[in-house]
Design a protein. Sequence first.
Length: 80
Amino acid sequence: MDSLGMSYKRITTVGSWFMQRRAWSHLMKLSPPKTQIFCTNAPILSSDLKKDSWHKSKIGIKVIFGEFVKLKLSVALNTA
């Protein structure tokens, strides 16, 4: 948006609950100061990724662990 010369005061992300923390941290780093950031969860259709049962499936554990690694890596690379 910056490269297009767009001005903004608020940003809303829409995505799965497990990627919201990473999206928020990237937007906090890349957005101008005082930008309001709203995170909205999109519905999850897969039972493997439901908020209350992700830990019961191999796919859920893999996805959540992957998000954790991506967040830690982005902190280490100073991109979050």
